[in-house]
Design a protein around this ligand. Structure first.
Ligand code: ATP
Ligand code: MG
Length: 567
């Protein structure tokens, strides 16, 4: 099923976006009844085992956004319970991404690993209550004993150990007396529960591994289910918002808190974001990076926040996207085109327009005086007069887009062709008088044109009109640039299944190394964003230097894919 993103109406800049959804309803109801004494306290709990992606952005916007909306707080908590897959690099990148999106955890940066001692104490409490036991079954055996959806599980032979024996063994597990996998601590719930999560779930496993924060202090590590709710409780979280796959874990979340008799937050599930033409699991994204299908986590083709940032997306456009797609309780897939619409809408208003020729064709204007240069006025953004104008130099030799000339033009081709006229944006009308070709290859290498001095844009005499207007760059003033044209990373809407990598788009990156851009771009800095007139939205890449400008195409001007698919 495909969800249509809601329209952008009513969310113009400045206006408070207020789309109703069930999370807002729940929070408002809780505020009305005073359930948490009027508090709203959420958290964003990433596991630092990869870079954040656009799905996480949805969760960040929800958790931080709702807290802000209702005058509450939101914590950033690293769910760092698995020492083997986690790294400081990820911890750093996650913080950078959350900040860049425009959110602030203030002094509330937490780590589940900060709670290891308290979690251990809680586990001892459950053992003493007869609600947890040390089990000697192997991981495979535990799986075997668990049963299936249709068959009840079998009780572990270690389930009825005495409290004293459990306390002793658990203490020795912590002390490092046993090898990896030799024992686990399990909750003692119900092996015949219809909910598999309640069939004596594992709370601790033995793992002799160095943790990125606690070093070698611990050799037993809590599972997600054991760590998460208790961490929420310790932080005084009110609404613990998570994705749907945890709905079946909620009874366990509640069971732990109730058995411990501690403060009880409420877990609420929503549908995760899925997007067409990309993958969103960190495991797959890691594979793309490690197998070098892309150039790192921040490759502009990646659906990661750092990739989108490098691609030229703005935080505003991503927040707007999160608002437009809304929140629901049923799984759906959002069209990549709606994400692209958000950045187009944003850049249309904000990006300065400039002229850049991506595939240059040299044009000599024969009747234009040698050595003359005119500084013409160009509008920076017709959507926003306050952005002003700039000067663009014009001279006898210019570059135009190869695509803007046809030797044999089809009907209704209003650009340049032999004998035809076209307007140069902000300049004059020119007429093509001759085509110069490479003698050997027959390739067109240059056009000869004349200009009509009476047709300068903005001047009083500008009377004549022609149908086509094209962009251009003055050759002696042009700056060389490399332009990277990005396309979708996958060729199909849903690149899932075992052979998902066979759908990688082999043409997702096109490098143009000989582009010509107007001289005003000399001072452009990394991350500056522009509309190249008629060519799309572009941003300056981190690789760009004064001597070697590099631009990434963020998005085309219109949804060209929709057109291709319909035709
Ligand atoms: P992945 O499945 O991509 O590996 P994850 O769920 O393991 O992601 P976490 O670091 O555990 O990643 O996620 C942190 C938070 O982000 C969780 O609360 C999770 O529910 C939320 N989240 C992850 N992916 C999505 C998504 N596609 N849409 C919405 N929220 C998401
Ligand atoms: Mg997870």
């Amino acid at each position: 099923m495909k969800a249509e993103a809601n329209s952008a109406e009513g969310t113009k800049a400045g206006a408070k976006p207020e789309r109703r959804h069930f999370l807002r309803d729940i929070i408002e109801e809780d505020l009305r009844t005073g359930k948490y004494g009027g508090r709203v306290h959420t958290r964003f709990p990433p596991e630092p085992n990869g870079y954040l992606h656009i799905g996480h952005a949805k969760s960040i916007c929800l958790n931080f956004g709702l807290a802000k909306e209702y005058g509450g707080l939101c914590n950033l908590r690293f769910d760092d319970t698995n020492p083997t897959k986690e790294e400081m690099e990820y911890v750093k990148s996650i913080q950078e991404d959350v900040r860049w999106l425009g959110f602030d955890w203030e002094d509330r940066l937490y780590y589940a690993s900060d709670y290891f001692e308290q979690l251990y104490e809680y586990a001892v409490q459950l053992i003493k209550k007869g609600k947890a036991y040390v089990c000697d079954l192997s991981a495979d055996e535990i799986r075997e004993y668990r049963g299936t959806l249709t068959e009840p599980g079998k009780e572990s032979p270690y389930r009825n150990r005495s409290v004293e024996e459990n306390l002793d063994l658990f203490r020795r597990m912590r002390a490092g007396e046993f090898p990896n996998g030799a024992r686990t601590l399990r909750a003692r719930i119900d092996m015949s529960s219809p909910n598999l999560n309640l069939r004596d779930p594992v709370m601790y496993r033995i793992l002799h591994a160095t943790h990125h924060r606690t070093g070698d202090t611990w050799c037993i590590y809590p599972t997600y289910d054991w760590a998460h709710g208790q961490s929420d409780s310790m932080e005084g979280i009110t609404h613990s918002i998570c994705t749907l796959e945890f709905a079946d874990h909620r009874p366990l979340y509640d069971w732990f808190l109730d058995e411990l008799g501690i403060y009880h937050p409420q877990q609420i599930e929503f549908a995760r974001l899925n997007l067409t033409y990309t993958v969103m699991s960190k495991r797959k994204l890691l594979q793309l990076v490690e197998e070098k299908h892309v150039d790192g986590w921040d490759d502009p083709r990646m659906p990661t926040i750092s990739g989108l940032r490098r691609r030229g997306y703005t935080p505003e456009s991503i927040r707007e996207f999160a608002e437009r797609i809304g929140v629901s309780r049923s799984e759906s897939t959002v069209d990549m085109a709606s994400l692209e619409d958000c950045i187009r809408d944003d850049l249309n208003k904000r990006a300065q327009r400039v002229m850049a020729v991506l595939r240059p064709l040299k044009v000599v204007i024969e009747n234009y005086p040698d050595g003359m240069v005119e500084e013409l006025d160009a509008v920076n953004n017709p959507e926003d007069a306050s952005m002003g104008t700039r000067k663009v130099p014009f001279s006898k030799v210019i570059y135009i887009e190869r695509d803007d000339f046809r030797e044999d033009p089809p009907k209704k081709y209003f650009r340049l062709s032999p004998g035809a006229e076209v307007r140069l944006r902000y300049a004059y009308i020119i007429k093509c008088t001759d085509v110069v070709k490479d003698e050997k290859t027959g390739e067109i290498v240059e056009l000869r044109c004349t200009y009509d001095p009476e047709t300068r844009s903005g001047s009083q005499q500008r009377s004549r009109r022609v149908k086509g207007t094209i962009h251009w760059v003055s050759a002696p003033h042009a700056l060389n640039a490399e332009v990277r044209l990005y396309d979708r990373l996958f060729t199909v809407e849903d690149p899932s299944g075992d052979d998902w990598k066979s759908f990688i788009n082999p043409n997702s990156l096109e490098l143009l190394r000989n582009c010509k851009v107007e001289p005003s771009l000399a001072t452009a800095k990394a991350q500056d964003r522009f509309q190249f007139e008629r060519m799309g939205y572009f941003c300056v890449d981190y690789d760009s230097t004064a001597d070697h400008l590099v631009f990434n195409r963020t998005v085309t001007l219109r949804d060209t894919w929709a057109k291709i698919e319909k035709s």
